[in-house]
Design a protein around this ligand. Sequence first.
Ligand SMILES: Nc1ncnc2c1ncn2[C@@H]1O[C@H](COP(=O)(O)OP(=O)(O)O)[C@@H](O)[C@H]1O
Ligand SMILES: [Mg+2]
Length: 448
Amino acid sequence: MPNVTRRIGLSLGADICWPGCYEEIVRRLHLTVPVGGDQVSFDVERVSVEPFNLRQPVKYDVVLDRLTHWFQTSREWIKKAVVMDDLYVLNNPWALQSMEKHTTYAAMMALGIKVPETWMLPPKSYDWDALPDAKPTLQRYARMFDLTRVGEQLGYPLFMKPYDGGAWVGVTKIDSPDELRAAYEDSGRRVMHLQRAVYPFDLFVRAIGIGPQVHCVKYDPDAPLHARYVVAFNFVNSEEWRELTDICLTINSFFGWEFNSCESLRKDGEFFPIDFANACPDFQVTSLHFHFPTLVKNMVRWSLFCAAHQRKMRKNLDWEPFFAIARQQDLPYREKLRQYAAIANARMETDKFNEFCATHLAHLDEVTWDFFGTPRAKELVQQKVTALFPGHEVEKFTEHYWGLLQFWRKCERERLDTAAPAGLAAVPTPIRGAEVGTQPLKSKGKKA
Ligand SMILES: Nc1ncnc2c1ncn2[C@@H]1O[C@H](COP(=O)(O)OP(=O)(O)O)[C@@H](O)[C@H]1O
Ligand SMILES: [Mg+2]
């Protein structure tokens, strides 16, 4: 059989921990896979930033990208490479560039997903110099509006947040008409949403999708940065887990995002997704700690599968099949979700992927378990902590995160020793056990 090498490029910025772990785990897999008469092996390389000729070919089959949402040169190199060289990239760069939070709210509302009531407001002020036509436009067409009335229609509490927001910037909880007026006065040139609060909620879940794999994590928005992803088990039942998985798969498949995080709040037994335009989410061990190895594994699986099969990237977003399901008025909500997720699983080739994992990556669990016990893994944790925390906190937090990774190894060992030796399940089974809180360490560390 001819030997061929599939190349995976890591398009990185400040990332330290996940690429180091990813590279080491792929290396330790010693993987060669027979595909269509070839014996395929894999090479991982970090993508450099340099001038490029648009006609110059690209050596990668798959690129795992961390730059598209903020670094133009790399984004445009990726776009050219997808169009001209058939590159496969996580995530679709056009969808990432053009679909802000607002479009995702509208699209998922159209599919019947329970996004809370949301209004958009024209901004409080404008940059008149940059927008010379703004004055005549507003003089002719802007309608005076009564902000208090909008607040009344939504009901309190509500949230004001930028229509294209991220990283909690400019997000305000509002409890009264006075607070609403004050927040609007402060909002300046930003275009804001007002959104009914899911309040009080009894659970906040982040569902992190990588390809067809969804990992649900309990989240505590009030905890310090290092403890927001909670180490908790059994926080949802299996039906809830499936619902969150179906929502995440629907969103990701709809927008061509293969690495995205979907935030949902539970109130009175129902899940309300509030923020799901998070493609390319936080992937730092200092945020994810206990959950980090699972996500690195999910990334290893999906990227190797895409590279091995030279999976074709969907360059266009084809929404009509989703809307056709949405239009079926007699179809209950849960059934619609199931059918959306079925489209997602078909597009993501979940069955073929599961078979690939079962056949070729059965040793990934053990390799990952071993790796996270090595000095190299600890060194990567320390490097990340050193980059984020003040010097006097480095040792304490390195030990903190290392302790959580070792706790993951303990839980994983129990799981591996009791689990059936099958491949990856399409719907992961929630881990069993008691809820465990992370230590309430206080940090003055820099924001991740
Ligand atoms: N409708 C809502 N109901 C309850 N809490 C909300 C709502 N919208 C936002 N929040 C709170 O504000 C935080 C930031 O809002 P989010 O929409 O996630 O913005 P960002 O994109 O900046 O993360 C959320 O994590 C949540 O704690
Ligand atoms: Mg958010």
